[in-house]
Write a protein that binds this ligand. Structure first.
Ligand SMILES: *[C@@H]1O[C@H](CO)[C@@H](O)[C@H](O)[C@H]1NC(C)=O
Ligand SMILES: *[C@@H]1O[C@H](CO)[C@@H](O)[C@H](O)[C@H]1NC(C)=O
Ligand SMILES: *[C@@H]1O[C@H](CO)[C@@H](O)[C@H](O)[C@H]1NC(C)=O
Length: 258
């Protein structure tokens, strides 16, 4: 009886040992150290985190820092804390850039499945957004012509717009457009170099987005004159930070183009 139990244990042992090893394998080994350099990059799976503190020269003080937390399959967890004083305009867009399946024509994209669950703590009032940022070009890998932003949160910032209401607020080109389970106002403008289309939640924030970003592109090609022969060159998600102090914690971030 003893030997029967022992041989049963010996038979079981490899499986017992194998189970944690398999779940450990799924969690990939990545650089989880903190980065604060203006143009620091950290690669992880199909993504690269860009510190992208492009406007920091306009700040009187401050910095953006970020670290990856974990990567499991295509699910990335990451953290970005920033503080900016002075100056006008965006100081940093610390973001997660997708490196896979880009440069397809919009007409050839079947889906851009995206998930982003985030929370943010702030100290005092901030000016920032939390947004996806996509770019299109007339050729694969070419220079940007259109910028498409999907804001999940707006903290005292505002979209680029051609039209303004008499009270100074930007005037949408379409209101209450229902896409991916949420209601959006759509703004059209120019940043000087690109047409900019911005989708902002009609009300509140979207702290847990799960949907197909291609539906926003399809809406623009069918209703706002974006050409479906354009190529999707960039898909990023992050926070455009202008002023204040915040910590953005993204517990799940994933984007995949098919
Ligand atoms: C300052 O902000 C402006 C407008 O946003 C931008 O064009 C410029 O590059 C910034 N300057 C520096 C030094 O970052
Ligand atoms: C971000 O948090 C880290 C760790 O808590 C800290 O060392 C760093 O100074 C913070 N950076 C900013 C810009 O707040
Ligand atoms: C959008 O929806 C809001 C809330 O339901 C409503 O007050 C507003 O009139 C709508 N705007 C348009 C342009 O339909």
């Amino acid at each position: 009886m003893f030997s029967k139990t022992l041989s049963a244990l010996l038979l079981l042992a490899p499986f017992v040992l194998a189970a944690p090893a398999e779940s450990f394998d799924k969690r990939q080994s990545i650089d989880t150290s903190q980065h604060c350099g203006q143009w620091d990059t950290v690669a992880a799976g199909q993504y690269t985190m860009y510190l992208d503190q492009w406007g920091m020269g306009n700040a009187s003080g401050g910095q953006s820092c970020a670290n990856l937390v974990s990567l499991s399959g295509t699910n990335l967890a990451w953290r970005n804390n920033w503080t900016w004083q002075g100056g006008n305009g965006v100081k940093s867009y610390t973001n997660i850039n997708l490196n896979s399946n880009l440069n397809k024509q919009l007409s050839a994209i079947r889906s851009i499945n995206a998930k982003w669950t985030w929370s943010q703590s702030t100290s005092g009032s901030i000016v920032a957004n939390i947004a996806y940022d996509l770019f299109t070009s007339s050729s694969a890998g070419g220079s940007n012509q259109n910028e498409i932003m999907v804001w999940l949160a707006n903290f005292n910032a505002g979209p680029i717009s051609f039209q303004y209401n008499s009270d100074g607020t930007p005037k949408p080109v379409a209101s209450n457009v229902s896409i991916a389970g949420h209601s959006w106002n759509v703004y059209s403008g120019s940043n000087g170099a690109n047409n900019v289309f911005s989708f902002l939640p009609t009300s509140g924030t979207v702290p847990s987005f799960s949907g197909d970003l291609n539906l926003f592109l399809k809406y623009l090609t069918s209703s706002q004159g974006l050409s479906s022969s354009q190529y999707l060159t960039t898909v990023q998600g992050g926070s455009e930070a202008t002023s204040g102090t915040a910590t953005l914690t993204s517990s799940t971030y994933s984007v995949s183009i098919a």
